[in-house]
Write a protein that binds this ligand. Structure first.
Ligand code: SF4
Length: 310
């Protein structure tokens, strides 16, 4: 496996108590595999991504192992980690409007990452940056490279973020909500672009959009209240979801009639006892309120955390 996350916890203190954003997560990603991590806003998926690239607040209490090519990223020094970022592991951050530097030209922002990791001089890095902007199909790339983020449309900014993420040909790409806030047409274009640009690459896409994950990814893992509830091939998740939460998530898609899951996401400070989903689950039985379900392997790489699937 390229990436092996073992029993990962990422908890951070707040005035109201300890937020258990990631709680005992096991997850693996193979070479040239694209995995979608899906869940509602606030379920801990972005914190999981930030844990991999080690960009969490310093107060975060992190435990477990994140093995990348067999090395535990959590044990690397900050200097070693800085050398890995961009070159080995790159993150396409969510919300380009706030992630891009508003006072730096787009081409210079892409060139900066290239220069840092590829030992090119400024001119060569800028030329490579224009090539990258062309590869993500930004029209008139050499002109756009000299523009500032506010001069680009939302779709173009997202393309520039993808160009920055892929600039150093990283082994692992983490893409956090790459289609958030985009209109339907632009979203479809970005999905197509990501699919094409990441063929034969390893990528973890963090998204609340199951449709996006289904179109791009080989496998999908479903996260809820800091833990994984189901993991399987995209085909199995979309057509044969076993967990009541995944079933509800699919029923809430526009193509399925927009039927929302009742209730709201639980607190990550004081989550429900037993199955964390039980207050919202129509199938809940007595044991669900008292005993935390274990992940069970259903075969064919499909695993699920539900007492009824034992
Ligand atoms: Fe629902 Fe119980 Fe399964 Fe949780 S363990 S998803 S409450 S049936």
């Amino acid at each position: 496996m390229l990436l092996d996350i073992i029993n990962l916890k990422a908890h951070f203190p707040t005035q109201d108590g300890m937020v258990k954003a990631v709680d005992c997560v096991d997850l693996s990603l193979g070479e040239r595999e694209r995995l979608g991590l899906i869940g509602e806003t606030g379920c801990g998926k972005t914190v999981l991504g930030m844990s991999i690239i080690r960009l969490l607040q310093p107060t975060t209490m992190i435990e477990g192992q994140i093995l990348f090519k067999g090395k535990d990223l959590l044990k690397l020094s900050e200097e070693e980690m800085r050398r890995n970022r961009g070159k080995e592991i790159a993150m396409i951050l969510q919300n380009p409007t706030t992630s891009l530097n508003p006072v730096l030209k787009i081409g210079d922002q892409v060139a900066e990452a290239i220069q840092l990791h590829q030992g090119l001089n400024k001119k060569e890095a800028k030329e490579k940056a224009v090539e990258m902007l062309e590869s993500v199909r930004i029209p008139e790339a050499s002109k756009r490279a000299n523009q500032y983020p506010h001069e680009l449309s939302g779709g173009m900014k997202e393309r520039a973020m993808i160009a920055m993420g892929l600039a150093c040909n990283p082994t692992l790409i983490l893409a956090d909500e790459p289609t958030k806030g985009l209109d339907t047409e632009t979203k479809a274009q970005i999905v197509e672009l990501l699919k094409k640009m990441t063929e034969r690459k390893s990528m973890l896409i963090i998204t609340h959009d199951l449709g996006v994950a289904g179109q791009i990814c080989d496998r999908i893992a479903v996260m809820y209240a800091g833990e994984l509830l189901e993991e399987a091939s995209s085909e199995a998740i979309l057509n044969r979801p076993a967990h009541p939460y995944t079933q509800g998530f699919i029923n809430s898609l526009p193509v399925k009639g927009l039927l929302p899951i009742r209730g709201s996401s639980p607190s990550l400070i004081d989550p429900p006892q037993g199955c964390k989903f039980h207050p919202r689950c129509d199938s809940a039985v007595e044991i669900c309120r008292t005993k935390h379900p274990e992940m069970v392997n259903l075969g064919n790489g499909h695993s699920v955390r539900c007492h009824l699937c034992h």
